[in-house]
Design a protein around this ligand. Structure first.
Ligand code: NAD
Length: 290
């Protein structure tokens, strides 16, 4: 939103504030508080719009097992509602925030390309993959160019703390509170941690690239155990790690092959975990503590 506004574009934000906050909405944007499943809210938000970035979603893999009806309702049916509300002839492009959770698990830590088989392990992944499919179908029919971006593990300052989403925010918050980070299984699951500013740059690049599906990550792999050790070293070297059982629905390996986004969108991630995790630590340090 902010980056689009900085480029002089007009932005409307639709959000029901279920996890988002009004304070996070730039005052230069037009804000519609509403539900992506509501026809009137979405039609109101779409007035005068020529490009859509669809990010509204429930975003927890683990929580999606408990709340799969609500998750599918928001992530899939909300997408269907948005598609049916698109005004004819004015939308130039539709960009959808999809996820690495659509992929089948990989045998090893090699990066997976967009050709890797899809086989979501969670209701969250199923909802996102189905949403990608219905977008492809309906937008082709409406002749609206469509890009799906499969975001990998995104981190950065400003991420809301929840017990389920954003392992970096969760670990940093725990460590700053003097608690041990909790690692699931042996911590050998490997992730591609990508800074939110790189995700923003890739998402904006999708305004003009060729249509299709693209991974947005870094191509770099870090295990959850390595992450815990890195954060312990930075925040509280005296503290240990606690281990908990493996969670259902989580991929063992999720590293992005970003060749397609590099070639066709000019995507070029600049941030590195070791350097840029500091911005998250500083951000969380400044938040009021209990
Ligand atoms: N953070 C990640 O690592 C990651 C990885 C892959 C994909 N994604 C996708 O990126 C997008 C943004 O994720 P995020 O991490 O910023 O999460 P987020 O929770 O901060 O953003 C989702 C937003 O959707 C809003 N929302 C939820 N239900 C809604 C509804 N019914 N109607 C209108 N708004 C609603 C929430 O209030 C919130 O502001 C999501 O689509 C998510 O699936 C995120």
């Amino acid at each position: 939103m902010r980056e689009l506004l900085n480029r002089g574009l007009s932005v409307t934000v639709l959000d029901d504030l279920s996890t988002g906050t009004k304070a996070a909405v730039d005052l230069r944007a037009r804000f519609v508080e509403g539900d992506v499943r509501s026809e009137s809210d979405v039609r109101n938000a779409l007035a005068g719009v020529d490009c859509v970035f669809h990010l509204a979603a429930r975003v927890s893999v683990r929580d999606s097992f408990r709340h799969f009806v609500e998750d599918i309702d928001i992530n899939l049916m909300g997408t269907c509602n948005l598609l049916r509300c698109l005004p004819p002839d004015t939308i130039q492009r539709f960009v959808f925030a999809s996820t690495m959770a659509v992929y089948a698990d990989a045998d090893g830590p090699d990066p997976v390309s967009e050709e890797h088989p899809v086989h979501p392990l969670s209701p969250y992944g199923i909802g996102k993959l189905s949403a990608e499919s219905i977008c492809t179908q309906v937008l082709k029919q409406k002749a609206i160019p469509f890009i799906a971006l499969r975001y990998f593990n995104t981190y950065g300052p400003g991420q809301q703390f929840t017990p389920y989403v954003g392992v970096i925010t969760i670990f940093v918050t725990k460590l700053l509170n003097g608690e041990k980070p909790e690692v699931f299984g042996d911590g050998g699951q490997r992730r591609d941690f990508v800074h939110v500013e790189d995700i923003v740059a890739g998402t904006i690049a999708a305004l003009s690239g060729p249509t299709g599906v693209y991974n947005l990550g870094t191509g770099q792999s870090t295990s959850v155990l390595e992450l815990a050790e890195l954060l312990i070293e930075r925040i509280n070297p005296a503290i240990g790690i606690s281990f908990a059982p493996v969670q259902v629905g989580e991929l063992r390996n999720a590293i992005a092959d970003i060749s397609a986004a590099k070639t066709y969108l000019g995507y070029d991630p600049q941030r590195s975990l070791r350097q840029d995790v500091e911005s998250v630590i500083e951000y969380i340090k400044r938040l009021p503590r209990n």
